[in-house]
Design a protein around this ligand. Sequence first.
Ligand code: AMP
Length: 419
Amino acid sequence: MISSVRGTHDIVPGEVGRWQALEAVAREVCRRYGYQEIRTPVLEREELFAKGTGESTDIVQKEMYSFTDKGGERVTMRPEATPSMVRAFVQHSLEQSMATAKLYSLGPMFRYERPQKGRYRQFHQLDVEAFGIAAPSLDAEVIEMAAEFVRALGIERTELLVNSVGCPACRPAFGAALLAALGDQIAELCADCQRRAQTNPLRIFDCKIPKDQPIIDGLPHSVDYLCAECREHFDAVQQALEAYGIDFRVSHRLVRGLDYYTRTTFEILGQGLGSQNAVLGGGRYDNLVKALGGPDRAGIGFAAGLERLVLAMPESAGAAAKVKAFVVSVGEEARLPAQVLARDLRHDGFSVLVDYDGRSLRSQMKRADRADASYVLIVGGDELERGEVTVKDMTTGQQSTVARTALVQRLKPVGDAAG
Ligand code: AMP
């Protein structure tokens, strides 16, 4: 048997109902907040992420599925959606065709990470991005939307973290303050942190090595180094969140593992998910569109991890819809009429299973039982001639004879127009 690739997973029929429920909520919330769907390719040019996600990030340094294709081109299976969304926004001049360029996408991402509970090499995200608006009221709206999405999934007891990482005007001073505070302790940090100190000191906050944490916890906070504009922006975001009545905590370590963030960053943490407890994260990226060759436009968005949301959703979410009817046939001459009856009812909108190989009534009834159908419809010789079907209600066990012409009405739930 050839098994699936390490770090990937099948979503089997027993689980898919939860995924469909999650995706339906995602689409519905996006619709309510004015976002339109976009579908971009899994494969992109490698340079999109090198430039977009950032050379100093763990994603680009260690985690990308990149290869040379048969035409000699370097391509990458997207590790995150934001650079693709920016590329599409620029490539199709979406600001011309959309009143506000608010986009969302659902799909798989690929990162070569060490698999564990809630962490995969192929995983799925809802990605939400809005372009062209720099005002802090949009930051607050996007954060509120993220919170509403999680709430609409029935996930309770979450925690919202926010931070501001400043802008290119104030960040160098913060980077210098980090290095100054670290001083000789740099030598005690892990090899990755020593590299980060050289390339982008802010990235030291991404470190997960336990031994490094006491040192990192003692480092200065980005919010204490914001320039006047960034300070004002962050204050306005917090005021708006308070006006919405949303609980949040300012987390100084929340710099997020991507290079493009400016000003606001945020994350929502779930419960009972172990160490991989961030269900979604995002922030503002006011320089990314330009850096990727587009016009000078602001951007903000978030990505939500669907695997983790599925884990955090209530037990009852996305229960599979029951099969309406299982058609069994008595005797060879009833087999085709049974198939035709199944076809007709399917065309009428019911979910219907049928027996194919004319086994004994007993074994057909057993199958109907396993299928957990609401009704078993028995098609047999006498009834056929009279234009009738025997209907067994599997909930009550009651059996009755119903005219074929009255069957659709009989199967419909009371007061329901559809099947
Ligand atoms: P990021 O794109 O790293 O900001 O991640 C956004 C969200 O995607 C996280 O909060 C997680 O919920 C999810 N996520 C990121 N990496 C993985 C992974 N390897 N496996 C599963 N979910 C992930």
